[in-house]
Design a protein around this ligand. Structure first.
Ligand SMILES: Cc1ncc(COP(=O)(O)O)c(C=O)c1O
Length: 385
């Protein structure tokens, strides 16, 4: 029987295991010196003044919107081509997630669609760097400046990525990263907010731990003292030292992991680019693509089978695939609560029927990549029109 190649496997080495064990042996498990070190190294890596570690990107997005003051009745512009988290956090404030379409080239939020969606109530824009390809940040920031809006980047896929030489994490008002199990750097579950604004950083830090004036380290460590004040009713979003201890060696390997993913993306390009049945992802000249995902599109006018059947057939060949994303406007909540229709988002609606994410991660071997290429080529050979 063919060995199954999972859609993703994390690359956890002895460094990560030793680092987590050291925390387990230390007696300090929750947010402490490891979380602090992770924040400092992360901030330095992306060139941001402040980094606050939290337990998910969802928490990071929630806290960033809270820090910029999103309130009931506000509108926040979000791409429909994203995961649940990007828009759900807007609803936490009883604000409206205003969905907009993506561009065909990168599947990133379309700056023209953003402009059309801006109203008096718009407070912020959350661009998502789809698959790790940075959005057109200059255009988005220009629009934001002209309309006095904040820009919070959802960089769940974009570590490490660059836009016109600037590393993602130091471009917009705040940037939110994910260390979920499938992401390019993982802590199992985890996230980070980066910002250059000291007030927002302090607010995010405080609100990530119940809105307290002091965290556990400042209360329970040898140099701390027991007192604290509740400054504001906050949340429980702090990252544990166990998770941070996993994240630190992962961060040290971030560049090395990226080089492997970039190499595998190039192998996919070499192996699949001659096929008229496929549309392949590529990186614009002015960006560094993080290559978190490799999302191909199957052209329905050239194939006898659709996307779902293609995924089933690849699975039978032992290749695990996924779909990023089911656009938000196709989900019951967004259809029923906000009245969005497929025709409102022609690009995302069309792309959804065609898109397949192939495995792309450093734990794969070159042979694995060639196996995926062979399986995709066979599928196309068998089912082309
Ligand atoms: C684009 C995007 N934003 C946000 C998230 C949420 O990340 P987390 O699971 O760390 O909350 C994800 C997770 O997959 C994502 O893909």
């Amino acid at each position: 029987m063919t060995k199954f190649l999972p859609f993703h496997l994390p690359d956890i080495g002895d460094e990560e295991i030793e680092s987590v064990l050291a925390v387990l042996r230390s007696g300090w498990l929750t947010t402490g010196s490891k979380a602090k070190q992770f924040e400092q190294e992360f901030a330095a890596m992306v060139g941001a003044r402040h980094a606050v570690a939290v337990n998910s990107c969802t928490a990071a997005l929630h806290l960033a919107l809270e820090a910029i003051g999103v309130q009931e009745g506000d509108e926040v512009i979000v791409p429909t081509m994203t995961f649940a988290a990007t828009a759900e956090v807007v609803t936490y404030f009883k604000a409206k997630p205003v969905l907009v379409d993506c561009t065909e080239e990168t599947l990133n939020i379309d700056p023209r669609a953003i402009e059309e969606a801006i109203t008096e109530k718009t407070k912020a824009i959350i661009p998502v760097h789809f698959a790790g390809h940075p959005c057109e940040m200059d255009q988005i920031l220009d629009l934001a400046r002209a309309h006095h809006l904040h820009v919070i980047e959802d960089a769940a896929h974009a570590l490490p990525a660059r836009y016109r030489g600037k590393i993602v994490g130091s471009i917009a008002d705040a940037t939110c990263f994910s260390f979920y199990a499938t992401k390019t750097v993982t802590t199992g579950e985890g996230g980070m907010v980066t910002t250059d604004n000291p007030e927002w950083a302090a607010r995010i830090r405080g609100m990530s731990l119940h809105g307290l004036s002091r965290d556990a380290w400042n209360r329970y460590s040898a140099q701390g003292s027991w007192g604290y004040e509740i400054v504001s009713p906050g949340f429980k979003y702090n990252l544990t030292d166990m998770a941070a201890a996993l994240g630190i060696p992962q961060l040290h390997k971030c560049e090395q992991f990226w080089k492997i993913r970039e190499h595998y993306a190039a192998l996919y390009w070499d192996g699949l680019s001659g096929l008229p049945e496929l549309i392949l992802p590529s990186a614009a000249d002015h960006v560094q693509h993080a290559w978190h995902l490799y999302a191909i599109q199957l052209r329905p006018d050239r194939m006898r089978i659709g996307r779902n059947m293609a995924i089933d057939l690849l699975k039978k060949e032992g290749i695990g695939c996924s779909v990023h994303f089911i656009p938000l406007h196709l989900h019951p909540y967004y259809r029923e609560r906000w009245g969005y229709r497929p025709a409102d988002f022609p690009v995302a609606s069309k792309v959804f029927d065609r898109i397949i994410s192939l495995p792309l991660y450093p734990k794969m071997t070159e042979d694995d990549v060639q196996r995926v290429i062979a399986a995709v080529r066979k599928l196309i050979g068998d089912y082309r029109l």
